[in-house]
Design a protein around this ligand. Structure first.
Ligand code: FE2
Length: 392
């Protein structure tokens, strides 16, 4: 592994994520935990799919059994918009909810974070993007996240992505409105379909990869990222092939969470920077867009990230003994592209509806993104356009 030679110039801080309960069957503890946090009337924020398979009702039952009155709001869509957030906030005000439970993937957790930010501050999404909510007086609502996919790691992060009605994406953050607790119950992921397992798993992997290799300094984040790379690379194909494999599902859930901690401490890289622009222009799945961009950004970064890509090769079980870092980095890149190919996620942005004439707009957006700016090799505009052209 890459060894730090000097420590006298090391400076970093850690805002540790929420308290976490991990384990098969732990969703049953939700009611007692919410109760202990003072919940009396909760809004369970989820999506129509989880309501249709009865999971939303089952989880609401855990809350009700502990004496927490619970209403279910099952209207969050993939890539959530402010119209759902606004409806949820209006419902909470009208019904006097004092607690939020987010049940679902990143969309439900992100929408819940924004609802909590608006309940605390009363601010519009534009105001929240400009100045946040962490200076607002008052106390945020109690908030527990119960993820049902192993991917976004949103339960661990302060950020949330929402679109307005025109499709513009807002990335907003709040330390105070992140979930105060997360319950990670791998049993909840057993019914996730193979394709979604693949795309969310690639999202988790790319969080770990991006946070491990960007220019931010945080050794705790690096430790989490490396373990996430190890866990996800060894268990993703198994979880896709057999969704009922509880061991693979548990490893994926842990990997996804560790990757979420890593990005909350260090941020992402240009793969996410370029993908956010793609997702603003076309309605596509986050992990699919990331998958199409990944190989091109990896090759662009090979020299700048050589030592770290070499370590990724080792974490993925490749033998790079005796190779230079630059040679070993190529092995790491090949292993990462192999992981994507085994997952079967998207190889070309063209398949997601991206066309060559969109390159200029994409480049304009991606060049300003924070994830692009902290990439280990900062791309010039011309290079960003080149990366898009190669990925289309
Ligand atoms: Fe992501």
């Amino acid at each position: 592994m890459e060894v730090r030679e000097r420590f006298d110039d090391l400076a970093f801080s850690v805002a540790w994520p929420p308290s976490v309960t991990f384990g098969a069957g732990t969703a049953k503890s939700l009611g007692a935990r919410a109760r202990a946090m003072g919940a009396s009337r909760a809004l369970l924020v989820t999506d129509a799919g989880l309501a249709a398979i009865g999971l939303a009702d089952r989880v609401a039952g855990h809350l009700r059994a502990a004496g927490v009155q619970t209403d279910v709001f099952a209207k969050v869509r993939p890539n959530p918009t402010m119209s759902e957030v606004t409806e949820g906030v209006a419902l909470m005000k009208e019904q006097g909810h004092d607690f939020i439970v987010a049940l679902g993937g990143g969309s439900s957790i992100d929408a819940s974070k924004v609802m909590s930010m608006q309940m605390l501050s009363g601010r519009s999404i534009q105001e929240i993007e400009a100045k946040g909510v962490d200076d607002a007086p008052g106390t945020p609502l109690g908030f527990i996240a119960v993820p049902t996919t192993a991917g976004t790691g949103s339960e661990a992060t302060t950020g949330a992505l929402v679109k307005d009605d025109s499709g513009k994406k807002y990335l907003v953050r709040s330390v105070r409105c992140r979930p105060a607790q997360a319950i990670l119950d791998p049993e909840l992921t057993l019914s996730v379909p193979a394709r979604m397992t693949a795309s969310t798993g690639m999202d988790a992997f790319i969080h770990a990869l991006g946070s491990y290799t960007n220019v931010q300094v945080n050794p705790i984040g690096d430790i989490c990222a490396q373990e996430a790379i190890r866990l996800v690379s060894r268990n993703l194909a198994r979880a896709i092939a057999d969704g009922s494999d509880l061991s693979a599902r548990s490893a994926m859930m842990l990997g996804s969470h560790l990757a979420g901690i890593a990005i909350s401490l260090k941020g992402n890289d240009a793969i996410h920077g370029l993908s956010t622009a793609v997702e603003s222009l076309v309605d596509c799945t986050h992990g699919e867009s990331l998958s199409a961009l990944m190989p091109h950004v990896l090759r662009f970064n090979r020299e700048a990230a050589a030592a770290r890509y070499a370590q990724i090769a080792r974490l993925m079980g490749r033998d790079v003994e005796g190779m230079s870092a630059f040679e070993a980095a190529a092995v790491g890149i090949e292993a990462m592209i192999g992981l994507r190919d085994a997952a079967g996620t998207c190889r070309r942005l063209g398949d997601l509806g991206i066309r060559a004439e969109m390159t200029e707009r994409l480049t304009e957006m991606a060049a300003k993104g924070r994830s692009t700016l902290i990439n280990c090799r900062k791309p010039e505009r011309g290079e960003i356009a080149e990366l898009y052209r190669a990925a289309i």
